[in-house]
Design a protein around this ligand. Sequence first.
Ligand SMILES: Cc1ncc(COP(=O)(O)O)c(C=O)c1O
Length: 455
Amino acid sequence: MSEHGNGSSGDVETSIASKRITDAAAHPHSVTSQAPPTAPGAMEYDYTNFYFGAGKDAFALLAPFDDWWREVKPAGYYLYELPLHSAPSTRVDVEDTKTHEVRSGLINFASYNYLGLSYRPEVKEAIKAAVDQYGGGSSGSPILSGTTELHRRLAEEIADFKKKEAALVFPTGYSANVGTIAGLMRSGDLVVADQYAHASIIDGMILSKATSRFFRHNRVEDLDRKLSGHEGKKLVIIEGVYSMDGDVPPLADIVAVCRKHGARLMIDEAHSAFVYGANGRGVAEDQGMEDEVDIHLGTFSKSLGGQGGYIAGSHQLVNYLRGFSRSRFFSCALSPAVVAGLRKALELARNEPELRTRLWDNVATMQKLLADGGVPTGDSTSQVIPIMVRDDARIFQMGEEIFREGVFINPVKYPAVGKHKSRFRMSISAAHTKEELEEGATAIVRVLRRYGVCQ
Ligand SMILES: Cc1ncc(COP(=O)(O)O)c(C=O)c1O
């Protein structure tokens, strides 16, 4: 069984669900009366219970799921999809869907806005100017009418930033992974990914129909084993910073194993580009391995505070994927306004290395605050800090109390991570003040102490 439940450890087909509802109609949460169901143990169910089910109707699982959801929502699941009424800054106004109040000024540890760029005045101005010139959407696939001059320039600027021959822009980071993996690999090929790989990597593997294998997280000997015995084409996929754990891969060792087996290497730097490396090019730059990696992938939705994804590499790679990445080819291009904001955010990230310095300073401050409070943070060495609660039953209660203490942070439990691996996933930003870090950490430690997570 995988440590993370989002589909890994070599069991792609059954990654999301392991349990079946053998008879949807007899399921305790299939009650269809007006009164909410009162089945005991509802909190012991999770999404996996509603994945497979008996019956001929394609909608057979909808009513049981709906009933279960209504029952568990007030008990903590409501903490998902709380609408924000403000920019994803270091303080946010968040709607409490339980009380229907908007809670103002919560300290925000939930957004990927690592450099605080999404709401910078320069970025907003660039977006407004593009709306005036281009209107709302791009109204076409990038290969037909959807490419504006802004899109072309963004791709050139990303290639220049990454010091690669070319780059290709996708509508999202998710579609960049799906389109690249399925665009390149075929049935009979082998794709091997780290067991903690993001869902978009896993979905790309499924879509490619290649043989999928997973190696134990950051364990090079296991990668070696998983690559053995396959004569055909091979692709290895790792991440720069792992999104639920905040740790980084040992690149030199991974590169050596890839070379031994003649495998190509792709790195997803969604959380590490613009954060790691002397020039912010990511973990590959930081570990001196940029030329050894064949495909550099990233998103615009994290440090650049916008939306979209990209790959950077050789001209030949980009040219091939321009023709074979269906998730790009058959999807509308990014809105020109988003692209204009991204170009400005990229310029700021390149010209203001002090943003990275401030971020790393804030990371060190928070790591110390949490360590002093006795809070377990796994193997994280980055701005992604998992607060390891490991209490699947009570994480929502803790989350509710942390929320009421004035902190916005997301609980993560199975199936997003493995069973008994529940955590709060903390994101640090360069924009956090020391006071916000201290106040936020103090509130979190106070709640976790009440639950015995730390002393
Ligand atoms: C490692 C990784 N890759 C890809 C993605 C998908 O990126 P996006 O949200 O831009 O579609 C994510 C999203 O969180 C991620 O963590």
